[in-house]
Design a protein around this ligand. Structure first.
Ligand code: SIN
Length: 545
């Protein structure tokens, strides 16, 4: 392939013929790209910002993994990690997927260590371990105290050096052949959003999540659900979309909007406790794991405590970490965010509030990364493998990105080798014209009616308000692509959440407060109907292994 264009100023677009284009440059994307190159595939990475701009670098807590030779606590085991993942997932995990992905964690982490990743050590020189919500053992390894994602990203960027990357290119939609096979993506390039196409025999989506559906989120600006929308429009199915995980503790600042600094669960792992404005413990008597309950339980308990405050006026609780000596050395990222807000965690309780954090659902893939559309693969947060069920276990996502990024690349190589991806001819049609809602209004609606605590009436209001506020818009700009994705994804989340008439995991319904295993111990699948509306379809289809 001719060298790629990766500078922001260029007006050139890329019309090469790659084996695989990886969309996204976080943990899953770079892992996929590096593995694809190792397997001899002509590989191109397309990313809508700069290479390091995705969600990965913001991950604090760590990687959940049981490495027996590296100081795992004696009573920990793969079985225990699997059991904790299943318990957190509220009865909706795919047990085989959990064992497959969690079981591949040690190899993935060892590869990263061999690649030069610098994880924190304890006094004996072994990997330091902490606990987070839902974990029954100290098994979360970390880097830089609370900067694990940044170290994973750094290490993968080193491994990806020399790889062709198109920065500041947003994927608009999939190029498909007459038979529906995906064979590349249409892109908008650079500050002028110059249209172009990237042809490839296979596309791996690794575009991350959708936190920007909500006013407050731990996710960066890039997390607008683009990959999920692209996959739905290409004919793929998605599942478990109603399960949007809210992290219990982001730093509270009045009138916060957009990305809020995370206060890692590991702070509670080291002994901090949640208290309300009156100093009463929030988690006392709520769950046997107390402040280290799975995060859906903690987020719901905080939300409940705020709603039941006298006069309903409290808008945050506090994380009392004053008992943690050397806080700034152990949690430098959190300490810096607190310092910027004038808070000293060694003296002052940290004001915190839940915020949108992670999409437990996504594009349906099996544990090899294939979607149900030929030529389209997905890995990382954009995908739904069945690992997370109704609520992801803390620090399982970097692990999933490492494992599934690699597997997606291997699936592409296997499919190419077996002749399953015939060379497809696709002419990009006209620029799509799709419904787009204004982002601030959409975020207000989703935060008010589809956050923690939903009911049928509120979701109906949100759905109708979205319907009347959209305008059909051609996808000529990056903003339009993102807003169109948010609009489609909001509708899909509302469709799934309205249909699920129970409370389970991250899906908390005031009007259906009980979990109903008889009717609802199953995932829901969403596809687009011929007019582009997200609709619920049959249970998840069995796909080729
Ligand atoms: C955290 O550090 O609390 C977040 C880690 C995660 O979301 O897995």
């Amino acid at each position: 392939m001719t060298p790629p264009v990766s500078d922001q100023q260029s007006k050139t677009t890329w019309d090469a013929d790659a084996d695989v284009v990886v969309v996204g440059s976080g943990v899953a994307g770079l892992t996929a790209a590096v593995r694809a190159v190792e397997l001899g595939l002509r590989t191109l990475v397309v990313t809508k910002g700069r290479l390091p701009d995705g969600n990965t670098r913001w991950a604090q807590g760590g990687v959940a993994v049981v490495l027996p030779d590296e100081g795992a606590s004696g009573d920990d085991s793969l079985d225990a990690h699997v059991a904790d993942t299943l318990a957190a997932g509220g009865g909706l995990c795919d047990a085989a997927a959990v064992r497959s992905i969690v079981g591949a964690g040690p190899d993935a982490v060892n590869r990263l260590l061999r690649g030069g990743a610098r994880f924190d050590s304890d006094a004996s020189g072994r990997l330091a371990r902490t606990r987070e919500g839902g974990h029954s053992a100290f098994r979360v390894i970390r880097a830089g105290g609370d900067a694990t994602g940044a170290e994973v990203q750094r290490c993968l960027e080193v491994a990806a050096e020399g790889l062709p990357v198109l920065e500041h290119h947003v994927a608009v939609d999939a190029l498909t052949t007459a038979s529906g096979q995906v064979c590349g993506v249409r892109v908008l390039a650079g500050p002028d959003a110059t249209p172009g196409v990237v042809r490839a025999r296979a596309v791996v989506l690794a575009t991350g999540g959708l936190g920007q559906l909500y006013r407050s989120t731990s996710n960066p600006e890039q997390a607008t659900g683009d990959g999920l929308a692209l996959a739905l429009r290409a004919g793929a199915s998605a599942a478990d979309l109603e399960f949007v995980q809210f992290h219990p503790t982001v730093l509270y600042t009045p009138r916060a909007k957009g990305r809020c600094p995370l206060v890692t669960e590991a702070v509670r792992g080291e002994g901090a406790v949640l208290v309300d404005a009156a100093g009463r413990r929030v988690m006392q008597g709520v769950h046997p794991l107390g402040d280290l309950a799975p995060r859906d339980v903690v987020s719901a308990a905080i939300t409940h405590r705020l709603a039941s405050a006298p006069g309903g006026v409290d808008d945050h609780v506090y994380l009392d970490a004053t008992g943690i000596a050397g806080f700034a050395a152990r949690f430098p990222t959190v300490a810096a965010a607190c310092a910027a807000a004038g808070i000293d965690p060694e003296r002052d309780p940290i004001p915190v509030v839940p915020a949108a954090h992670f999409a437990c659902g996504g594009v349906v893939t099996h544990t090899h990364g294939r979607t149900d559309v030929l030529g389209l693969y997905a890995a990382g947060e954009v995908a739904r493998t069945g690992l997370h069920g109704a609520n992801r276990l803390a620090s399982n996502s970097l692990l999933e990105g490492l494992v599934m990024g690699r597997r997606a690349a291997e699936a592409v190589a296997a499919d190419l080798g077996a002749g399953r991806l015939p060379r497809g001819e696709a002419r990009p049609g006209p620029v799509p014209v799709v419904p787009v809602a204004a982002r601030p209004a959409l975020q207000r609606l989703m935060s008010r009616y589809a956050g923690i605590g939903r009911d049928a009436d509120g979701m109906a209001v949100a759905g109708s308000a979205l319907d009347v506020s959209t305008n059909d818009t051609p996808l000529w700009t990056v903003g339009a692509v993102e807003d169109a994705a948010l609009t489609l994804v909001a509708r899909a989340v509302l469709a799934a959440a309205s249909a699920r008439e129970e409370t389970r995991g991250c899906h908390v319904r005031h009007d259906r407060p009980e979990r109903d295993d008889r009717a609802w111990q199953r995932s829901q699948t969403v596809r687009l109907n011929p007019s582009g509306q997200p609709v619920l379809t049959d249970p998840i289809l069995e796909r080729a292994a």
